[in-house]
Design a protein around this ligand. Structure first.
Ligand code: F6R
Length: 618
């Protein structure tokens, strides 16, 4: 939440900042602002409520000087409404020579504000962030040393923050601090960058450093210094960003979401690449932090995640349990930590997160680690906090996901979950190796099948467009189809702002069937009829029960399932595959449906209201 970018170097700072904010806008779009220091040493700030385009228009009307140092911010409001006044940057000091941007929440801002107000400081916003600007400016006025003033203030702040500061009187440096919120450095030649994630600067450099917890950065054009909050020099590790700027551009697509739906064959293929041999056996290389002994001793797996990532966990649970015979429970990260869960050293926590910065999930793994559990992350972002703090990581190689609604990250997470299940199973030996390899070989075919689904999305799109007036859509599924139904409903809620709910089909008659009335659209994920103990007949019965009460059925079914056409107004067919792998395919028409419906309503699909991509507050 909130995107931050900083730059010092010879390029046009405004271009770097606006380019960076454009790529970070997915993190929040309530307001945007920039500050630069002009070559003659003046701090200039422009900020505006609303999306980045408003700031760009403001700068066109009131141009900024050419500058070689500056900071920029795109906001997801926490303290204070999304107004011009509450937009960042915030200025500090009597003569307003300091500019500050902040991502996170300063939990003790009220007492710090009282201290400043008692000294006569006046505030011009309702934000928690402004206190930090005034405190640093006050300390700088005392010592004349900006880095010292900055360090003395950040240790007083509680909560989560990435803070960037520039000051007119020390115009060669950007100062940054990080606690519980993301910050990466981009290393250039005679120039350096800061960003909430590498997207902020990837068009300029692929050399990056992920800043650690409680660290301060002193960034100049020719140098980067990293220190811990207690003043010790830190030798940070550099990494190379493995995607380029074009991956985070819309290209010719109407929206990032449309592009990211189409990216899914590649996302699934890249997540499998190098991890699945042609004989179907799995080899995971980033799991050194977990020994075979640890895996053999496992008594339980707890998957923690939020939102769409938690549905990836719900889906993976079926495979992990079936193949490895280890009991799995899936918990929303924010619930898990507050209910005194039973965790032992033989519990494996699997944390799933696209961003790797979701605060609820980070707090959950920290808590579990304190209790002695090992943590394995499934994460899409190199160098993210989650990856750094976990014992082992399976990176999903979905590439940057910019649209707020998750699509390709989900199918990549499901893929990684299957790889994990097969890998654990191969070590535990509870299921014959031949059976695991049969699934592995089928998993290898999934990218091709995903391509087939993408090529045939026209029907789902047409249905979505035709249902722009729907007031409510229900989704039903059983077994692995149940989390798919919940994901379909979530996509519709967040993108089209209409009531949508996903149910386990068997649960309907225990209450929700009362919702069915004439014309109620219901999307049903129908399982394959081919399995010996298939739930297909049961789902067909569930369909009949609601049809009899007026429901209009859209079925997502396997190719060749001719029977289903007798019970549904519309059937969207997806290719055949192993039953447990089907969610990678069945979820895609639901993504396309929600996208089309939202577009038909004239809504912004990439930036739905009230949301931000990376939820870095609890
Ligand atoms: C919905 C969506 C969210 C995220 C959730 C977790 O489309 O994207 O529900 O899945 O906020 O985010 P990550 O995966 O970054 O931890």
């Amino acid at each position: 939440m909130c995107g931050i970018v900083g730059y010092v170097g010879p390029k046009s700072t405004l271009d770097v900042l606006i380019g960076g904010l454009r790529r970070l806008e997915y993190r929040g779009y309530d307001s945007a602002g920039v500050s630069v220091i002009s070559p003659d040493g003046h701090l200039e700030t422009r900020k505006k409520a609303g999306k980045l385009v408003n700031l760009v228009a403001e700068i066109e009307e009131h141009p900024l000087p050419t500058a070689h140092i500056g900071i920029g911010h795109t906001r997801w409001a926490t303290h204070g409404a999304p107004t011009d006044g509450n937009a960042h940057p915030h200025l500090g000091g009597q003569r307003q020579k300091l500019s500050l941007i902040h991502n996170g929440i300063i939990e003790n801002f009220a007492e710090l504000k009282a201290e400043l107000v008692a000294e006569g400081t006046t505030f011009s916003s309702e934000t928690d962030s402004e206190v930090a600007a005034h405190l640093i400016a006050r300390e700088f006025e005392k010592s004349g040393d900006l880095a010292k003033a900055f360090a003395s203030v950040v240790v007083r702040l509680h909560g989560a923050f990435t803070i960037l500061v520039i000051h007119e009187d020390q115009p060669d440096m950007v100062l940054a601090a990080r606690r519980n919120a993301p910050l990466v450095i981009g290393l250039g030649d005679g120039e350096n960058f800061l960003g909430s994630d590498v997207a902020a600067f990837v068009e300029h450099t692929k050399r990056a450093i992920s800043v650690g917890q409680d660290e301060i950065v002193i960034l100049r054009a020719g140098s980067v210094e990293v220190r811990s909050f207690d003043g010790k020099t830190v030798q940070p590790e550099e990494f190379t960003v493995d995607w380029d700027a074009s991956a985070a551009s819309k290209g010719g697509w109407s929206s990032f979401m449309a592009k990211e739906i189409a990216d899914q064959p590649q996302a699934v293929a890249d997540t499998l690449m190098g991890r699945l041999n042609s004989d179907g056996s799995v080899r995971l290389t980033e799991t050194d932090g977990l020994s075979h002994e640890d895996i053999k001793n496992l008594e339980r797996i707890i998957i923690v995640a939020c939102g769409t990532a938690s549905y990836a966990g719900d889906i993976a649970k079926y495979g992990i349990e079936k193949w490895s015979r280890i009991p799995v429970q899936v918990e929303l990260s924010h619930e898990f930590r507050y209910r005194d869960p039973i965790i032992t050293k033989n519990t494996l926590i699997v944390a799933i997160s696209q961003s790797g910065e979701t605060m609820d999930t980070l707090m959950a793994i920290r808590y579990a680690k304190e209790l002695g559990a090992k943590v394995l992350a499934i994460c899409n972002t190199q160098g993210a906090t989650l990856a750094r703090e976990s014992d082992a990581v399976i990176y999903t190689h979905a590439g940057p996901e910019v649209a707020v609604a998750s699509t390709k990250a989900l199918t990549a997470q499901i893929t990684a979950g299957y790889l994990l299940g097969l890998w654990l199973a191969s070590i535990r030996g509870a299921v014959p190796a031949a059976e695991l390899k049969r699934v592995g070989i089928d998993l290898l075919k999934m990218p091709g099948r995903v391509s087939q689904v993408i090529a045939g999305l026209e029907q789902a799109q047409r249905l979505g467009t035709s249902m722009a007036d729907a007031k409510s859509v229900l989704f039903l599924g059983r077994n692995v189809g149940f989390p798919v139904a919940m994901e379909g409903a979530l996509k519709l809620k967040e993108l089209a702002y209409i009531h949508a709910e996903g149910f386990a089909a068997g649960e309907l008659k225990h209450g929700p069937i009362a919702l069915i009335e004439e014309g109620q659209p219901v999307i049903v994920i129908v399982p394959s009829p081919r399995d010996e103990d298939s739930l297909h007949p049961k789902v067909i019965s569930n369909i009949q029960e609601i049809r009899a009460r007026g429901a209009k059925i859209i079925a997502i079914a396997e190719e060749g399932d001719e029977q289903v056409s007798n019970y549904a107004e519309n059937v969207i067919f997806v290719p055949r595959c192993e039953t447990l792998l089907a969610p990678i395919l069945t979820v895609i028409p639901l993504q396309a449906f929600a996208l089309a419906l939202s577009t038909a309503k004239g809504l912004d699909v990439d930036q739905p209201r009230n949301l931000a991509k990376s939820v870095t507050v609890e």
